[in-house]
Design a binder for this molecule. Structure first.
Ligand SMILES: [Zn+2]
Length: 80
């Protein structure tokens, strides 16, 4: 999976962050690049706590889960 910075996508900038397992799945998921993560935490004028970081990780995870469910559904429909 390709992880893109959601804010860079919005700004029309190169948004590719990193690859994520499964590598043969070329669908996209969203995260924040270091720059936008910093500016986001600055804009809310608070130190990024481990909890905030964890929430962003959970969001990432739920995206992955959604993709997985979509893929399984697709497979199921294909077989039936
Ligand atoms: Zn970004």
């Amino acid at each position: 999976m390709r992880v893109l910075c959601a804010w860079c996508v919005r700004d029309g900038k190169p948004a590719f962050l990193r690859e994520k397992l499964p590598l043969d799945d070329l669908s996209e998921t969203h995260g924040l690049c270091a720059d936008h993560f910093t500016s986001l935490s600055a804009s809310v004028k608070q130190v990024v706590t481990p909890k905030v970081w964890l929430l962003s990780r959970l969001n990432d995870l739920s995206w992955g889960l959604t993709r997985w469910v979509q893929r399984q559904m697709g497979r199921l429909l294909f077989l039936s």
